[in-house]
Design a protein around this ligand. Structure first.
Ligand code: F6P
Length: 546
């Protein structure tokens, strides 16, 4: 079905043309109770979406389009294990990773929930041993540092969640994360570590990823160099779907924690890819983390579309991206613990919906996935917020804030008062973006008329504010699931396959061709374009081999 040919789509296009006339100031003054009406709750998350440039008519048309696109049906297909990732002929079942025991979810006739819980139990038993100091390294000392080696979803999920839940970390165990094939990443991570107390978790769904295998090989040499070949079994575990490659690498598959091809890399933090997180926060807190996802999953499946929070947020983003031509969205967590959350969402959103063809291969003739970016507040206020407030591009923003901080037991008594400052800044940013300051308002306090235009804030810049009591494992799970389902909603309306990522392939193939050419002797006979060939030659001239 061509969604752009529907009446619902045409109506949204017409409404989009009047986008600039939709003024937040007017909507608030003309609709008392707007904030209450447009604040939703899912689990512990209070989601205020009242500062968006939408009205009941726009929302109603967006729900119509979602219905026309078959959103309800696609959600049902996803959670029941249909092969909705059509280009890879796979189910998309990250929701099964947090399904309670006893639920039945079949993939091609096999109930996968018992498999999920069997892996969770193995992970928990292993995590308990490492955390208790019962699992020791080659010299008999307990593990102090866990180094997760992975990239993309096999890095961003674990590192984001580990950093987010710093308040829940084990006293002795620390995690580090190595992803980039830039050797500096590994050198920086291992530089001050003691091999005898270091454990590596090699995380790769495919176990064929160039960066991860290069880092894993170097880490292996480091351990073998210090502790001997026999130390590998005590210092390396693997997380993967590919037992054959794990064994070929030299990790005993009894030290491997599996998952399944129906878990996409960017949807895998709640699978065994979260092993380093479980080691840091413990099995019980990991279980709470899964429970948080489950709360939002249940809401997705049961709430009507009109009160379904991830659906509402997803449709608002469709409105901005497709019908109002806004190219980007900012993720602004007012929590330093969430400092990797924007990067995590970049992969989740941009690898899912950065697509130019529909599921049937036909090209789209409308804008799809936005550019996602962001930094924690209040730092961003002193750099890029200038553009958010007065730039020529409107950037919808998500503010994420917590009512309680996680440093209350700190020895620095003064930091207690910081939290009000942090939250006040967050709310003030959303308020000033939405309502601005008119020229008349500025003129009433600014004696120099030349400065009035410079000090005027146009306002009418949309944002969501998500507030939760505290950044707990459960709340983090809720937040992630909220965005996962938002991305799903957008992908369904746009008609794209949100679960493949062919766009990363060409670069991998070309890099493989260039690797040997960088090291070869002799003249430039590489088979690339003139520019690439010349750059290869320059590199060979300039690079000093040891
Ligand atoms: O290159 C993209 C990608 O396939 C991501 O989707 C994935 O998260 C990442 O690479 C890592 O893949 P793997 O876990 O198989 O090493």
């Amino acid at each position: 079905m061509d969604i752009t040919a529907t009446q619902e789509w045409h109506e949204l296009e017409a409404l989009g043309e009047g986008f600039d006339r939709v003024q937040l100031r007017e909507m608030f003054s003309g609709q008392p109770g707007r904030a209450r009406a447009m604040t939703s709750r899912v689990g512990d998350l209070i989601v205020d979406w009242s500062k968006h440039r939408v009205n009941p008519e726009i929302m109603s048309r967006l729900f119509d389009v979602a219905n026309a696109a078959g959103l309800r049906e696609r959600i049902a297909e996803m959670v029941t294990g249909q092969h909705i990732n059509t280009t890879e002929d796979r189910p998309v079942l990250h929701t099964a990773l947090r399904a309670p025991e006893g639920t039945v979810i079949e993939v091609d006739g096999r109930d996968v929930v018992p498999d999920v819980h069997a892996v969770l139990r193995r992970m928990a038993a292993f995590a308990d041993r490492v955390r208790d100091g019962d699992w020791t390294g080659q010299t008999g000392r307990p593990i102090h540092t866990v180094v997760n080696i992975g990239i993309g979803g096999s890095d961003l999920g674990p590192v984001m969640a580990y950093e987010s839940l710093a308040a829940f970390h084990h006293d002795r165990l620390r995690c580090r994360f190595v992803s980039n094939v830039d050797g500096s990443d590994l050198v920086a991570a291992l530089g001050d570590l003691d091999p005898s107390t270091t454990m590596f978790v090699i995380s790769s769904k495919t176990f064929t990823t160039l960066e991860t295998l290069a880092n894993a090989r170097s880490a292996r040499s480091w351990i073998v160099g210090h502790l001997g070949e026999e130390a590998v079994g005590k210092h390396f575990v693997a997380v993967s779907t590919n037992a054959e490659e794990v064994a070929a690498f030299g990790i005993d598959t009894s030290n491997m924690f599996g998952f399944w091809e129906w878990v996409g890399g960017r949807y895998s933090v709640d699978s065994s890819i979260g092993l380093s997180l479980m080691l840091a926060i413990g099995p019980e807190a990991f279980n709470e983390f899964l429970g948080g996802f489950r709360t939002v999953d249940e809401h997705l499946v049961s709430a009507p579309l009109e009160s379904n929070v991830p659906v509402i947020l997803g449709l608002i983003e469709v409105w901005y991206r497709t019908f109002c031509s806004l190219p980007t969205r900012a993720i602004l967590p007012y929590s330093r613990y969430l400092h990797r959350f924007p990067a995590y969402l970049q992969q989740l959103d941009m690898e899912s919906n950065g697509k130019q063809v529909r599921r049937d291969g036909t090209p789209v003739d409308y804008q799809t996935g936005p550019i996602v970016w962001g930094e924690p507040g209040t730092n961003g206020q002193h750099s890029f917020h200038q553009l958010l407030h007065q730039g020529t591009t409107v950037v919808p923003a998500d503010f994420i804030v917590f009512a309680n901080p996680d440093h209350t037991d700190s020895e620095f008594a003064g930091v207690e008062a910081h939290h009000d400052l942090l939250v006040a800044n967050c709310l003030a940013q959303a308020e000033s973006l939405a309502f601005g300051r008119s020229a008349e308002e500025v003129a009433s306090v600014e004696p120099n008329p030349d400065l009035v235009p410079h000090r005027t804030f146009p306002g009418n810049r949309p944002s969501t504010v998500i507030m939760a009591p505290r950044l707990t494992p459960s709340v983090l799970g809720q937040l992630i699931a909220l965005y996962e389902h938002e991305v799903l909603t957008q992908g369904v309306v746009w008609g794209v396959n949100s679960f493949d990522q062919w766009g990363v392939e060409l670069g991998k193939v070309l890099a493989k061709a260039i690797i040997p050419e960088l090291g070869s002797e002799g003249g430039a006979t590489h088979g690339h374009d003139e520019s690439t060939n010349a750059l290869i030659d320059r590199y060979r001239e300039m690079h000093h081999r040891g």
